[in-house]
Design a protein around this ligand. Structure first.
Ligand SMILES: CC(C)(COP(=O)(O)OP(=O)(O)OC[C@H]1O[C@@H](n2cnc3c(N)ncnc32)[C@H](O)[C@@H]1OP(=O)(O)O)[C@@H](O)C(=O)NCCC(=O)NCCS
Length: 379
């Protein structure tokens, strides 16, 4: 069947913003297609990256598709001598429901890949929920992407009861320079660690980096000394850039939301965590760069998560705390989350240059070397 021609062009903020927002509203994403996104600025997810692009597809003067791409340098193992690679991330692909299956999604992905290649990108990658078979079909069957990593997205609702933090734990906010030093030293070799970490830490959306240690344990010395057990994390304020809300919530989740609220009203003294109202727009904090070291550091990770929770409970819009952990089952164990709200992500990757195909083979066939750094700019 012959399809009508569509054109692909750069996004024009002043004339396309409302149309892209409308398209976003009509394209459901998330588990069971139940999460809708309302955004103030359609470019909010890419604006904080070193290089980015946003394209739209148009047919008969109607905006019917959108895609974004960004480029950065990250740590990639099996890339001697520096173990660094230039990668391009494909995100925000949406095609209007009435225009699907006409090659528009493929056209948009193709144009972003061309932009990657013209900028010397070695690998393109994308992430989607494991159950998004349409998207996985498109990227894997049509464009030759390979399954790469399956990090877990952990979600914890914020409630108004603050958590107690053990009095023998000390939590300190560190300056950006110190945070950069700690990240480069302890997480620099983590897969997909961004070489421009300082830019992330300096952004207004990054609320800060906190370290935790036990009182009386050795301190963070000027000479680079660290306590025997310690943990660190940073917080990215996604509530500032977009909001989510449940559309067609799975019945079980809906019932759960209602009954949980009821129980909390009847038994307030039980201090049960209240599930927020997910049916009106809500924002979230994203915890990134979670690191732990030492025999008792799991307790410190928990304390930091409680600290972030208490901070979120004072914010008007933040209703959940999200983090994404790859290759670290031990860490998942220490991060409070609700299984009902958590899910698995699927990262797929593709080599864009012939000369990296050997390295690519190693990258995708060798099991994950451990932790994965999930860049908050890509959430
Ligand atoms: C994913 C999406 C962008 C695809 O757009 P599209 O314009 O329909 O895609 P195309 O017509 O170019 O299809 C390309 C390939 O995708 C796969 N595909 C598309 N729709 C599919 C469907 N309903 N079922 C199974 N596979 C499908 C097929 O492999 C197809 O190739 P084929 O037509 O040769 O069989 C669109 O369905 C969408 O906006 N979905 C909601 C948002 C989303 O999930 N985005 C992806 C986030 S990463």
């Amino acid at each position: 069947m012959a399809f009508k021609k569509f054109i692909i062009r750069s996004y024009e903020g002043h004339s396309d913003k409302a149309h892209v927002e409308d398209l976003e509203r009509r394209c459901k994403i998330g588990p069971s297609e139940s999460v809708l996104v309302t955004m103030g600025d359609p470019m909010c997810r890419i604006r904080n990256s070193p290089m980015y692009i946003m394209l739209v597809a148009e047919m008969d003067n109607e905006l019917i598709g959108v895609i974004q791409g960004l480029i950065k340098m990250v740590t990639v193992h099996s890339h001697p001598p520096k173990d660094m690679a230039k990668v391009g991330y494909v995100l925000g692909l949406r095609v209007s429901p009435h225009s699907r299956r006409k090659g528009i999604g493929s056209g948009l992905v193709h144009r972003v890949e061309e932009w990657f290649s013209s900028n010397d990108v070695e690998y393109a990658y994308m992430a989607t929920e494991k159950e998004n078979h349409v998207s996985l079909n498109l990227f894997m069957n049509k464009f030759g992407y390979t399954k790469f990593r399956t990090p877990t997205i952990l979600v914890n609702p914020v409630n108004y009861h603050p958590f107690q933090i053990s009095s023998n734990i000390e939590i300190t906010k560190v300056k950006v320079e110190k945070a950069e030093y700690l990240y480069r030293r302890f997480m620099g070799a983590t897969e997909f660690f961004p070489s421009d970490i300082q830019n992330i830490l300096k952004k207004k959306l990054s609320l800060g980096t906190w370290v935790a240690n036990f009182k009386g344990d050795s301190d963070f010395g000027l000479d680079g000394q660290v306590p025997n057990s310690w943990a660190m994390l940073s917080v990215w304020n996604c509530a500032e850039i977009f909001k989510l809300r449940l559309g067609k919530a799975p019945l079980s989740c809906m019932l759960f939301t209602k009954s949980w609220g009821l129980i909390d009203r009847i038994f307030p003294c039980m201090k049960l965590p209240t599930l927020p109202n997910f049916f009106s727009p809500f924002g979230f904090y994203f915890m990134y760069g979670v690191y732990q070291e030492g025999p008792f550091s799991g307790k410190l990770v928990r304390a930091l998560c409680k600290f972030v929770h208490n901070m979120a409970s004072r914010s008007e819009h933040c209703k959940i705390i999200v983090t994404e952990v790859g290759g670290r089952d031990d860490l998942i164990h220490h991060i409070p989350h609700w299984k009902l709200l958590s899910c698995q992500d699927m990262w797929c990757i593709k080599a864009l240059k012939n000369e990296v195909s050997n390295k690519f083979h190693k990258l995708t066939n060798v099991p994950s070397p451990g932790a994965l750094f999930v860049d908050p700019r890509e959430v």
